[in-house]
Design a protein around this ligand. Structure first.
Ligand code: SAM
Length: 286
């Protein structure tokens, strides 16, 4: 890193100045809500518990607000930004930070394993809200060597991520997040911490990736097929939802019996253990 003194980007004045100088307008389509709250940037960086030289992937650096906080921690930052206009801006706002690599591209089309290699890394982001769930699912399901994911999400999404079985917000995202990680809400973030201010409340959630899943599953792919089928048609009974998703009638009946789960129950009442038992039951010969 050079000896230049960098103004903190996470403030209303500096952010407005950058937007003006580079003739930028926050794009609604790309989910651009820029952080202007230095305490929130600090909160994300602290929750990520970055060590000097540790690698971190940032999704959507925008004008470099969180990127700067991550870079100041001494971590090696790789930041993937979709907006083609922003790499030139980032080259200026983050000038002198030699531990930052900017990659222009769509995170959903990026081969993250190729980008980050096989060594462990962490993820930190103020995610674009229009694709939060696909991004989280992609990070989790690819079985990448991620240690921790610390991210800003819409409060309502965080509630789904931590929801227990039986609650209204419990769904496929809850099961995936809780199967792969131990999630914890670390910070409430009001709309005024961004420009433009979003219409929703936000939170920072830290998801520590588990060494071992909390339940043993014979076939992970099948487990998630069952989970997605169970939540695919929430108003149907579990038995009908599974059949509706293409599982054969006899197999469904047999698996439910073997797993000791009543066919009339609804998917949203099943715990992780019960989903595991049910998925395993599909693999058993009668
Ligand atoms: N990190 C900045 C901050 O905290 O101020 C910006 C966060 S803003 C909520 C989300 C960022 O993600 C925007 O810069 C947007 O252009 C970018 N983005 C949107 N879709 C993306 C995608 N598919 N892949 C990578 N970045 C994306």
């Amino acid at each position: 890193m050079d000896t230049a003194i960098h103004p903190t980007i996470a403030s209303r004045e500096v952010t407005q100045h950058i937007l003006k100088v580079f003739h930028l307008r926050a794009s609604k389509k790309l989910g651009q809500n820029f952080l202007i709250d230095a305490a929130v940037v600090r909160g994300i960086v602290e929750a990520a518990e970055l060590q000097e030289g540790e690698r971190v992937l940032e999704i959507g650096p925008g004008i470099g607000t969180l990127t700067q906080g991550l870079a100041e921690s001494g971590a090696q930052v790789t930041a993937v930004e979709l907006d083609k206009k922003l790499p030139a801006v980032l080259a200026e706002t983050l000038k002198g930070y030699e531990n930052v690599r900017i990659v222009q591209g769509d995170i959903l089309k990026t081969d993250i394993r190729e980008l980050m290699g096989d060594a462990p890394f962490k993820v930190a982001a103020n995610l674009p809200y229009y694709i939060t769930t696909p991004i989280l699912m992609a990070l989790l399901e690819q079985r990448l060597p991620i240690r921790k994911i610390v991210t800003m999400v819409q409060k309502e999404v965080a509630e789904r991520m931590i929801a227990p079985p039986g609650s209204k917000t419990y769904g496929a995202l809850s099961v995936a997040v809780q199967y792969y990680t131990a999630p914890e809400i670390v910070l409430d973030v009001p709309p005024k911490s961004f420009i433009p201010a979003p219409e929703v409340d936000s939170v920072v959630i830290a998801c520590k990736v588990r060494g071992e899943p909390p339940v043993a599953v014979r076939d992970e792919k099948l487990f998630f097929r069952v989970v997605k089928a169970a939540f695919g048609q929430r108003r149907k009974t579990l038995s009908n939802a599974l059949k509706g998703a293409g599982f054969l009638k006899d197999e469904v009946q047999g698996a439910l019996e073997k797993a000791g789960i009543e066919a009339a129950r609804r998917g949203e009442t099943l715990s992780l253990e019960e989903f595991a038992q049910l998925a395993d039951a599909f693999t058993m010969k009668s």
